[in-house]
Design a protein around this ligand. Structure first.
Ligand code: HEM
Length: 502
């Protein structure tokens, strides 16, 4: 009650400060250039001005600081820190891992959507899911994943869909197609369930629309300048919070249906024949329906938007770098001539393609920002003082743009920066995971990293072998948008052409 009164008072004081804000706005002709901070309202003007390009703006702010660490002052004294300093990232993700959990703020924002699922869990709940899920990502499971799920999805759905697009010469949205592909993939591998969203007819998919809208609304919570407001709307069940509740309800109902069907399947089977992740969770003794639903929703989130985002930007970058495309085609040809170990081994040997994907994700990391919360007061290696409870985000999008790290040509798409060439062969030269935390790093490093690379290389090869992918509007650069993952606003419209080669 006291808390509510206090928040109301603060809310009233910010409303009264509004005329002042306008005066400051007039005095500040270029608010994009810096995050000017004022009493009570913090940097709200600059935040508003940049709300359509939040990720890029924060990245500019970080890069303009000498230590690559930037503090954003939200209204009413809320602070959020952003860093692109590799030593800080190592400190947060590894050396002081236990001081930087997701934290209460993160969990509150995401709890109705992700519940206690792995993305939203800390401590023992996280550990339990991590351990159980990690079996799904061992070499045997990955080989099976590539040779059964990815390959059949590719040959039975993705290639036929693109072949139809090629014959009609109509523009298609590659971002949408890749998302459908990734969605079918993750459902098949994680839940042993095939939603069949990628069909040549590209049927309208209500679930995908609802999922995107829910992510957008959740992302608004994350970036809310006065969190009290969304909490109040949620309590009253009005406005965007009402919409969010309905959308989350639909998504969780979908996840529950998958869970119930799997339970039924497991009951029918005399022994545990299913090897998918969902079966593992349901057989783990922790088969509470709400919890397993949380797990399902998290894996949909992990698997649907990440690889599809990486591949969308990859194909866009390739379209203006024919020399990179040529080299990938050459590597594929060589791989097919020298390997007889099947698609898994062929994909493993695609070193140049691997580098090209890393390079695309340097510029457009599928997860551009990731946020933790300090459990105790701390000092980061660059000297930044962190107070208990502060939200602190590392920023892979900014980290891919640091000149000191990547050189003066950091803005160029240049896979060679990841490669050595000796004896006629490429070898991959990786970066440490704190300089390039695109898959996060430390104990919570992405569980699906190897699976993601296998899938992306297989898709890149499967598409490029047969088709050319040409942006429908060559002179128009895509507009970057992000609700958790790096997407192209309005999709990536392309024309598909058959290569006409065997
Ligand atoms: C290019 C593709 C991918 C990228 C760039 C990526 C990146 C990331 C990042 C940055 C995180 C940390 C998120 C956070 O906690 O804030 C993460 C976590 C995770 N990823 Fe991925 N991911 C990719 C694909 C996948 C795929 C295909 C799966 C498979 C299901 C997957 C499963 C997971 C899981 C389970 C976690 C949670 C790990 C934990 O908290 O212990 N990811 N990923």
């Amino acid at each position: 009650m006291v808390d509510l009164q206090f928040s109301t008072l603060l809310f009233l004081s910010i409303s009264m400060a509004f005329p002042l804000i306008l005066i400051f706005l007039l005095k500040n002709p270029n608010p994009n250039s810096a995050a000017k901070t004022y009493p009570v309202v913090g940097s709200i003007l600059t935040i508003w001005k940049n709300k359509e390009r939040r990720v890029q703006w924060i990245s500019d702010m970080i890069i303009s600081t000498p230590t690559l660490t930037f503090t954003l002052h939200r209204p009413l004294g809320y602070r959020q820190m952003f860093t692109a300093n590799a030593a800080n990232v190592q400190h947060i993700l590894k050396n002081h891992f236990y001081n930087y959990p997701k934290g209460a703020t993160f969990r509150t924002i995401l709890s109705d959507f992700l519940g206690d699922g792995i993305f939203n869990a800390d401590g023992d709940t996280w550990k339990f899911q991590r351990q159980l899920a990690s079996h799904q990502f061992n070499t045997r499971s990955l080989r099976k994943f590539v040779e059964t799920v990815v390959d059949s999805e590719l040959s039975d759905r993705l290639v036929p869909t693109l072949a139809i697009a090629a014959s009609s010469a109509a523009a298609v949205d590659l971002q949408d197609i890749l998302q459908r592909f990734a969605f079918d993939n993750i459902c098949r591998i994680a839940f042993g369930y095939d939603p069949a969203y990628l069909l040549p007819s590209l049927p309208e998919v209500e679930f995908a629309v609802v999922f995107d809208e829910a992510l957008h609304l959740i992302s608004e919570r994350f970036n809310s300048n006065i969190p009290f407001l969304w909490k109040m709307k949620r309590a009253l069940g009005v406005g965007k919070e009402k919409q969010l509740r309905e959308k989350v309800g639909e998504i969780r109902e979908f996840a529950k249906r998958i869970t119930r069907e799997k339970k039924e399947e497991l009951r029918r089977k005399s022994s545990l024949e299913s090897e998918d992740l969902l079966s593992r969770f349901l057989s783990s003794g922790n088969s509470d329906e709400d919890f397993v639903t949380d797990v399902v929703v998290c894996f949909i989130l992990a698997g649907r938007d990440t690889t599809s985002a990486a591949l969308t930007w990859f194909f866009w970058l390739l379209s203006s770098h024919p020399e990179v495309e040529e080299e990938i085609l050459r590597e594929m040809k060589q791989g097919r001539e020298s390997d007889d170990g099947g698609s898994y081994d062929e994909v493993k040997s695609m070193v140049y393609t691997h580098a090209a994907l890393c390079e695309a994700m340097r510029l457009y990391p599928p997860v551009p920002v990731s946020t933790k919360s300090a459990s105790c007061d701390d000092v980061l290696p660059d000297g930044t003082v962190v107070k208990k409870g502060t939200r602190i985000s590392y920023h892979p999008y900014a980290m891919g743009r640091v000149e000191k790290v990547w050189g003066p040509d950091w803005a160029e798409f240049r896979p060679l920066r990841w490669l050595d060439h000796a004896g006629g062969k490429w070898s991959f030269v990786g970066r440490d995971p704190y300089t390039y935390p695109v898959f996060q790093a430390g104990p919570r490093i992405c569980l699906g990293k190897d699976m993601a690379f296998l899938q992306m290389k297989r898709v890149a090869a499967g598409i490029l072998r047969r088709f050319r992918v040409l942006p429908a509007e060559e002179s128009v650069a895509p507009v970057y948008v992000s609700d958790f993952t790096s997407k192209m606003k309005g999709g990536f419209m392309v024309r598909i052409q058959e290569r006409g080669e065997p």
